[in-house]
Design a protein around this ligand. Structure first.
Ligand code: ZN
Ligand code: ZN
Length: 157
């Protein structure tokens, strides 16, 4: 058998290294594919989630837009559509420790923050809207109770 060639150790090493490289490339290809699929799945989920959130936000906006922020109204009409007809507004007026007074509708949840809002959970109202909300007549007593979740309470030393 003249063509039977015994590999030198160097040749054998080179052959093994080539095989190892092939296997590595194959594994990397699998990993990249799996990562790509995962990424696509996440992107899809994010899209679905975003659509859900947008729908929920639209619902809130619609109910806030149609809400009259007033007490009264009959049954479902009054509460669900916010079609109140009372002279009194269904709002709570809260003053926070940082001297910010926020008006909140108890029916639709809309909040009016002053233009210099410091908590900034939502877009602050324009001065006009805010002043209008502050003038809403209501028989609810204003509150200075801190209902704010004070996560950053200073620690006593
Ligand atoms: Zn309202
Ligand atoms: Zn605010």
């Amino acid at each position: 058998m003249a063509d039977e060639k015994k590999l030198t150790p160097q040749e054998e090493l080179a052959s093994l290294q080539a095989e190892e490289t092939r296997l590595r490339v194959e594994m990397m290809r699998d990993q990249v594919q799996a990562a790509r699929q995962k990424k696509e799945m996440f992107a899809h989920q994010a899209k679905v989630h975003q659509a859900d959130q947008k729908a929920a936000l639209d619902r809130v906006k619609r109910s806030q837009a149609s809400c009259k922020h007033r007490k009264g109204g009959l049954g479902v009409d009054g509460f669900v559509t916010g079609n109140g007809n009372d002279n009194n507004y269904s709002v709570a007026v809260n003053t926070y420790p940082w001297q910010e007074t926020v008006v909140q509708c108890l029916r639709c949840g809309k909040e009016w923050h002053p233009p210099n809002c410091k908590c900034n959970p939502k877009r602050p109202s324009t001065l006009e809207e805010y002043n209008e909300a502050r003038r809403f007549p209501t028989d609810n007593s204003p509150s200075t109770a801190v209902t704010f979740d004070n996560t950053y309470a200073p620690v006593a030393v």
